[in-house]
Design a binder for this molecule. Structure first.
Ligand SMILES: Nc1ncnc2c1ncn2[C@@H]1O[C@H](COP(=O)(O)OP(=O)(O)OP(=O)(O)O)[C@@H](O)[C@H]1O
Ligand SMILES: [Mg+2]
Length: 387
């Protein structure tokens, strides 16, 4: 396929033949179309893609100027460069008019071969460069568009995943609340049923009524304190002084139901003297994520299940060590576990955000460090946090 298509228009056949000869002789990769009149030229422009037109001015019927006007009025042909050809004695008269109707150049007949070929080559180079630029531009805007679309899609998916993890955290919290409410609710229900029975039987035992009501009031405040404790650690976090052991115990208390249900024993050894000025709720959330991972890993083993937590101070730094006996993290995964969306779990069980969020909470928000290391063959997963 030839790169450039030239349309030569002249009513004198001999002129067309000499143009054909010149172009074939001196130019490569050029496809030449010939038209004996303005009308024929216009017909050709409807069906072919033409890059440049060499147009004779003096032709019977539609002359060069008229043909050029038609070409300039159609969207398909208006940008095709036109070079006018005319007899030398008419040059002055036609030049101005030629440029007015949109010619890019003007050549006189008889054609001077070298000059004609040089000019044509020059225009062809410009056309080729313009085409290259155009296609580069098209590709660029296409890939830019694709990149923007891709970025938008990734952002959308990330938001979706974050939403999913929020919903699953919320679901877990509701599960914990429901569990913790079960007992107090049954106390309230028993007291209320007793009171109704008393009333139905017409018994007037004020002591029983009063103690039942007191129990209901106490238990109700227990219910609201459960809600309060969950609300606090889930939605609020500000720099404050706290006792590390109290926060760890609170986290374990909140997880107690899940841990019991999975037969996991917590072995804790805490230095109760450690007080920190940091973000307590971020720490709870980080601990929760680590414990959740241990729980999920421990679910795969049949032997006794343990999570060990101990705290100590060394060289003025506070350490929290968390280990489990589930077998540890595969060595090949160690470098990736803090990356977002890295998970070895089935899609329905994990999205790989837990440790990424934990890392951000500990390292970015709390300005601490987090480390994962192989501990021993049985207790292989150890993390040290020094907030
Ligand atoms: N205690 C652990 N024992 C064994 N492997 C672990 C443990 N903790 C983390 N991992 C490994 O690290 C990976 C990343 O953990 P991360 O908490 O970031 O994601 P996840 O638990 O897979 O999913 P998500 O936390 O979003 O539910 C896990 O898929 C698992 O392979
Ligand atoms: Mg996890």
């Amino acid at each position: 396929m030839k790169n450039i298509t030239i349309l030569a228009v002249d009513d004198i056949e001999a002129n067309l033949i000499s143009l054909e000869y010149l172009i074939e002789e001196y130019m490569n990769d050029v496809n030449l179309l010939l038209a004996p009149s303005g009308e024929e030229a216009l017909k050709l422009t409807y069906t072919k893609d033409i890059d440049i037109i060499i147009l004779d001015i003096q032709m019977p019927g539609m002359d060069g100027f008229e043909t050029a006007k038609y070409l300039k009025s159609s969207p398909k042909t208006k940008d095709i460069p036109i070079i006018f050809l005319t007899a030398a004695f008419k040059e002055e008269e036609f030049q101005q008019k030629g440029f007015e109707v949109g010619a890019i150049d003007y050549l006189t007949k008889p054609i001077e071969n070298r000059q004609f070929i040089n000019k044509l080559n020059l225009y062809i180079q410009v056309i080729i460069k313009t085409k290259e630029l155009q296609s580069l531009n098209d590709n660029l805007s296409q890939s830019l568009e694709q990149e923007i679309l891709l970025k938008e899609k990734i952002q959308e998916q990330q938001l979706e995943l974050v939403e999913q993890s929020k919903i699953s955290a919320l679901g877990e919290m509701i599960g914990n609340i429901a569990h913790q409410w079960r007992q107090p609710l049954s106390v309230i229900s028993t007291c209320a049923s007793g009171l109704r029975l008393n009333l139905e039987l017409g018994l007037d035992n004020k002591e029983v009524v009063s103690s039942s009501l007191a129990r209901i009031v106490d238990t109700t405040s227990e219910l609201s304190s459960t809600i309060e404790s969950f609300r606090n650690f889930t939605f609020q976090d500000k720099l404050s002084e706290f006792n590390l052991s109290a926060i760890i115990n609170k986290t374990i208390e909140n997880e107690k139901y899940i841990l019991d249900e999975n037969n996991i024993k917590m072995i804790i050894e805490l230095d109760d003297e450690i007080n920190l000025n940091n973000l307590p709720n971020s720490l709870i959330q980080a601990l929760q994520n680590i414990i959740k991972n241990s729980k999920e890993a421990l679910n795969k083993i049949d032997s006794e299940r343990f999570i060990f937590i101990n705290t100590y101070v060394q060289d003025n730094e506070v350490y929290i060590q968390i280990k489990d006996n589930a077998g540890g993290i595969e060595e090949e995964h160690l470098s990736k576990i803090y990356e977002p969306y890295f998970t070895t779990k089935h899609q329905s069980n994990g999205i790989g955000l837990g440790l990424n969020i934990t890392y951000k909470l500990i390292c970015d928000s709390m300005r601490g460090k987090i480390k994962t290391q192989l501990f021993s063959r049985t207790l292989s997963n150890q993390r040290s946090v020094c907030p």
